[in-house]
Design a protein around this ligand. Sequence first.
Ligand SMILES: [Zn+2]
Length: 298
Amino acid sequence: MKPLLGCFPVLFFVLALSGPADAQQNWDEVNVEAHPVVGNIYMLTGSGGNIGVSVGDDGILIIDDQYAPLADKIKSALRGLHAGPLKFVLNTHFHGDHVGGNPIFGLEATIIAHTNVRKRVSTPQQRGVQTIPAMVEEGWPVITFDEEVSVHFNGEEIRLVHMPGAHTDNDSYVHFTGSDVVHMGDTFFNGRFPFVDLRSGGTVDGLIHNIAGVLELIGPDTRVIPGHGDLGGRADLQSYHGMLVATTEAVRAMMAEGKTLDEIKAAGLPDEWSGYASDFVPEARWIETIFNSYGSAE
Ligand SMILES: [Zn+2]
């Protein structure tokens, strides 16, 4: 599988500048590709969050839909997998690189997401000094839930389960119970430090505990689709969880000694975690996220 580092600059652009990325991104250069996961489950990559796909006799179900300008390419990739109609779109959370295609796919399919996804996409959202306008109504989830919901589709139960206070206040993982596949949304950046959206209800503590809960749920052979990065397995999620725990403990130990954020950044994290740094979330940004998440909670 080719590296998906290309996702991160786009994500950074959208999250950091929060403007309409559509005008800046050259969508013509983006290839939407389908990668087999197992059986009738696929993962689509393009630009933005990884898309999960179920195809079969009941039709097509997708998890997240990247950006609206990529909708035709996504549709074309889906047609390459199956001739059936798109029936459901599940959203893992509200960020634009995961729900941007909602206004287009919502015209033909039923969108399902946590209650707070609908709340956030249907109202203006503040990001820094900028305001992101509400999404057009066609893109809003029409079925919402607070804790979990199941879709019985293509011969298996597909569970959409809320993870409170993790990457945002509206994350869910999607568990294909028969296929033994889980899509983590942005609670999992495979091999990278995470982005935690503290302004939208995310917390580092919640992220760690929710990942631990999923690790208890899944088995040794479960395939794990991350929000960003390569398709992984249980061992990848376990390693990522270990990194979250160790780096958070390291930062909190320095906080307990009374060190300032600048002093902690200067000291840095143990070298063994340096490989998790990315352009989008370098070590200093991850330290700052931990500092702010625990600092505001104590
Ligand atoms: Zn996100």
